[in-house]
Design a protein around this ligand. Structure first.
Ligand code: SF4
Length: 430
């Protein structure tokens, strides 16, 4: 039995890097410091043993060599291949994915297009007043959670970086920090807030605009109530924001995937800009998948675009809403699909999943998922952070080295994709 310290949890965008694993007989038997969600990932069982291919409607086991060859033939035969996912794997694998797409003129998209894509559009327009989570932990005396529920979605966010964390520049962090939660319902996070602002669904843009007006000194135009929030509470929140020493606004899909979408985020950024005339204020998207931020970094440094990158013209271009995975699937445009480290079968609209069932869909994933049910081939791989290593970006853009604890003989995403890419290059160079 051995213990391995300072492991990085490969589940959510917090990327907690203080996990201690206990390993016995090539099995993880304990994951200390982890939340229950991360624990479930480290202790996950029922991994696929070998590649499986669908023949005559039934699954058959196959070898890695055959599986790689099938993927090469399928992707090279396709006129409009789509490669989706990438948020649950390491940067080195994402890098090969971009090269593959460029080679075959495909579309590469990550789960960003169904989560924080609007945040990126807003940041491209008006910039990002962000900071590291370390700055928040050590300095922030006001935390706002807007449209997110870290108690359930990012369980250690509050204990590592905000509400319950000790801050170097705060005398009594736990008592001194104020917490504001803005949401359409009283979530578990809202229950521990000093101020819970319940807004009507779709009212985010109006409430942010009202706060901007008050912070700007135009509070006289605010009506008695805005999207269900009283004038009195709006003034109270604006005052808390203006008078704090360091404020940090975190937001989730409750802001990005509701009416207003990227305009909400743009408005929130401009509110933060406005508050920076009075104090120090920052804004950070609560990224979900552990390396979704990394997919945006890798795609951007390689192509100039953060997600939904289309190479069909021979050069990269992007137009979310047209080149994003859901739109391409809904239009039944792609004729082959490679899914890496994500589960669109569980989250995409039904019409998109049905189209995936009608075309060759290849899944590279350690576990059987709902996407497996519509796939023609699945290649099991190592789990980054357990039996594969690589680079990942935390939700605040800090890159971390993700170590491995075991060697179970599975190839990593990077190895499988390298083999597919290598064979594709051989064919293309003939
Ligand atoms: S908060 Fe996220 S990264 Fe941290 S242990 Fe839990 S699931 Fe893992």
């Amino acid at each position: 039995m051995k213990t391995i310290e300072d492991m990085v949890c490969p589940f959510c965008g917090c990327l907690c890097d203080d996990v201690t694993l206990t390993v016995e007989n090539d099995m993880i038997i304990a994951a200390d410091n982890c939340c229950t969600v991360g624990n479930a990932k480290f202790m996950g069982k029922n991994r696929l043993k070998s590649p499986i291919i669908r023949k005559n409607g039934a699954w058959e086991e196959t070898g890695y060599e055959e599986a790689v060859q099938y993927a090469v033939d399928t992707l090279l035969d396709a006129d409009r291949p789509l490669m989706f996912g990438w948020s649950g794997t390491h940067g080195e694998a994402q890098c090969i994915g971009v090269h593959m797409n460029e080679l075959i003129g495909g579309v590469i998209d990550s789960t960003t297009s169904v989560c924080h894509g609007p945040s990126i559009l807003a940041i491209q327009e008006v910039g990002h007043p962000g900071c590291t989570l370390g700055q928040v932990k050590n300095r922030a005396d006001l935390i706002i959670y807007w449209g997110c529920n870290p108690v359930e979605g990012h369980p250690r966010h509050m204990s590592r970086y905000t509400v319950y964390a000790d801050g170097y520049f705060l005398d009594n962090s736990f008592r001194d920090r104020k917490v504001i939660v803005v949401d359409v319902r009283e979530t578990e996070t809202a229950k521990i807030a000093d101020e819970f602002v319940r807004i009507k669904p779709g009212g985010d843009y109006a409430v942010i605009s009202a706060l901007r007006a008050i912070v700007r000194g135009k509070g006289d135009i605010i009506p008695e109530s805005v999207a269900g929030v009283s004038r009195e509470q709006l003034f109270k929140v604006a005052e808390l924001c203006k008078t704090c020493k360091f404020g940090a606004l975190f937001f989730g899909l409750g802001l990005t995937m509701v009416k207003g979408k990227y305009k909400n985020v743009r408005n929130a950024i401009e509110l933060v800009d406005e508050l920076n005339r009075h104090t120090k204020f920052t804004l950070t998207p609560m990224r979900g998948h552990w390396n979704v931020y990394g997919s945006n970094e890798v795609f951007t440094w390689m192509t100039g675009y953060p997600y939904a990158v289309d190479f069909c013209r021979g050069v990269a271009f992007y137009n979310p809403g047209e080149t994003s995975a859901i739109d391409i699937l809904a239009r039944k445009e792609c004729d082959a699909c490679l899914v890496v480290a994500s589960d669109p079968g569980a989250h995409f609209p039904r019409a998109c999943v049905e189209h995936m069932k009608d075309i060759p869909t290849i899944v590279i994933d350690p576990f059987q998922t709902l996407t497996t049910t519509v796939a023609t081939l699945q290649i099991p791989v190592a789990v980054t952070g357990i039996d594969a290593e690589g680079t990942a970006y935390r939700m605040d853009g800090i890159p971390l080295k993700v170590k491995k604890a075991l060697d179970l003989g599975y190839p990593s995403d990077e190895e499988i994709l390298s083999r597919i890419y290598g064979k594709m290059m051989e064919v293309k160079s003939r």
